[in-house]
Design a protein around this ligand. Structure first.
Ligand SMILES: Nc1ncnc2c1ncn2[C@@H]1O[C@H](COP(=O)(O)OP(=O)(O)OP(=O)(O)O)[C@@H](O)[C@H]1O
Ligand SMILES: [Mg+2]
Length: 468
């Protein structure tokens, strides 16, 4: 039903309906023309026959007078030579002299000499009312003659014609609408294909291409152009990645060299104060190197291609992350527990997903004070893998839950804690390229982060959301 609703809204369907309306209009006009001509022609034929007969009677009257008319009428209505004519000759006293009508009709609608009336037909197989069209002939001396024809058949023919034309018109409209529906459905299917492919591309899978239908119409040409454009973009992006890899390498090497030199200088320093300052410079260089590495990682995550994606054993990825942070938590006096359903799987790049999870865990352990607790859980919910990391730290106020995903954004209270404000930016980049939904909420006290994976290899949209 919803599909039909969508179909009706398409441009193609509206066009088809418009064409059908125009076509039905023309066919209707043609039918009206045919109808008027046919029925008018039949009427004219009848009238011409009546007029010819009246003319004959006029001649008879001129030659033989009323007596001649009476015998002429009697000849006409003789059962052996009977025609379908209706005749009545009356004298000035309205008495019948000849004819097959008992009396002059009284329910007459007359226009000039032509009259229309109904009679009860007793000779018909099924006696009933017969419609008659008649012509009167006013004879000098007060006599009147009426010649008519039963027009039941002509009326029936007219009704039959009208019915046929209506059915024809109905079929025309039905064919137009059905044709329009089929036509729009086929066009809509192809447009839908293109839309779906574009959506998958926007979610990060640049390797997707629109299927070729092998036709050479506008839609196929559009698809081909889009595909060529995508080839071009993919080419440019891989070039860009290469450049940033080179820049990263070129900058990191001198930075590392600088750091080594500073270390040597620190070792050689004799003055304590001087040594302290050099060590601070080394810490700054470390921070720079770390920030640099994070920025590169985010850039890579943002440009990650679905080609490198595969099934993920989320349980073992989490286990590795837990192993990595367990010692740190112990050292800080933070209780660290996990509850993992190892049957749950995901879809993506295992390195990137592991980095994102490590960053979330890093935050939880880092911002939770001594005596607090951190826990990670993994379960399946409605066919999706759901990962939750909760801590008992200070949490993030609702008004900041969007902003913390921005690059270099840190809460004021965290400034004393080491970090560069890039951890959650990487999480966001991975979420976008993997179609994960990441939600921050209040753990009262602390922060609860929930990460929902799309069903593998699901084409769901990546989103970072905050709960109210
Ligand atoms: N579990 C948490 N509890 C409290 N605040 C948090 C938590 N996780 C993140 N934040 C806040 O969000 C900010 C951004 O986090 P993000 O991980 O991006 O950066 P960072 O941890 O400061 O630095 P980095 O991760 O680059 O070392 C943090 O500075 C902190 O203020
Ligand atoms: Mg962090």
């Amino acid at each position: 039903m919803a599909r039909l609703g969508r179909l009706v809204k398409t441009t193609t369907f509206r066009l088809a309906v418009l064409y059908t309306a125009v076509f039905a209009g023309s066919v209707g006009a043609l039918f009206v023309f045919v109808f008027i001509n046919t029925s008018v022609f039949a009427e004219q034929q009848t009238e011409a026959a009546i007029e010819a007969e009246v003319k004959g009677f006029q001649d008879t009257f001129r030659r033989e007078g009323v007596g001649g008319l009476v015998s002429a009428i009697n000849r006409r209505i003789d059962p052996n030579t009977r025609t379908d004519g209706i005749y009545l000759l009356i004298n000035p006293n309205q008495q019948r002299l000849a004819g097959n009508l008992t009396a002059w009709p009284d329910d007459v609608e007359a226009d000039d000499l032509w009259i229309n009336f109904s009679i009860v037909d007793l000779q018909a197989a099924e006696p009933g009312l017969a419609d008659v069209r008649g012509l009167q002939f006013l004879i000098p001396g007060g006599y009147r003659l009426m010649v008519g024809r039963d027009i039941r058949e002509a009326r029936a023919f007219r009704a039959q014609l009208l019915r046929s034309l209506n059915i024809g018109l109905g079929i025309t409209i039905a064919l137009g609408v059905v044709g329009g529906l089929l036509f729009s459905r086929s066009i809509m299917g192809r447009v839908e294909d293109i839309t779906q492919t574009c959506r998958r591309i926007m979610r990060g899978d640049l390797s997707q291409r629109i299927d070729s239908t092998g036709q050479s119409d506008e839609l196929s040409r559009l698809s081909d152009s889009v595909n060529e454009m995508l080839d071009q973009i993919e080419h440019l992006m891989s070039g860009l990645r290469e450049v940033s890899d080179n820049v990263a390498h070129d900058l990191r090497t001198p930075l590392n060299r600088l750091r080594v030199r500073l270390e040597i200088a620190a070792n050689n320093a004799t003055d304590e104060k001087e040594k302290e300052e050099i060590e601070e410079a080394i810490a700054d260089a470390d921070g720079l190197l770390a920030t640099f590495a994070s920025l590169l990682r985010i850039a890579r995550a943002e440009a990650s291609l679905r080609r490198s994606f595969g099934p993920l054993q989320l349980g073992s990825i989490i286990e590795d992350v837990v192993d990595l942070y367990q010692p740190l938590a112990e050292e800080k006096g933070v209780e660290f527990g996990s509850n993992i359903d190892f049957s749950v799987t995901g879809w993506g790049d295992s390195n990137l997903v592991a980095q994102a999870l490590a960053n979330l865990t890093d935050n939880a352990v880092k911002y939770t004070p001594e005596g607090g607790n951190v826990s990670i859980s993994l379960k399946a919910e409605n066919g999706s893998a759901v990962l939750e990391i909760t801590d008992s730290g200070p949490g993030i106020p609702a008004s900041h839950r969007d902003k913390v995903f921005e690059r270099l954004y840190r809460l004021d209270d965290s400034r004393s804690t080491p970090g560069s404000g890039l951890g959650l930016s990487l999480v966001r980049a991975v979420a976008r390229s993997h179609g994960l939904s990441v939600t921050l909420s209040d753990n009262a006290p602390g922060l609860a982060v929930s990460v929902v994976f799309p069903p593998p290899p699901g084409p769901a949209g990546g989103a970072v959301t905050k709960s109210p």
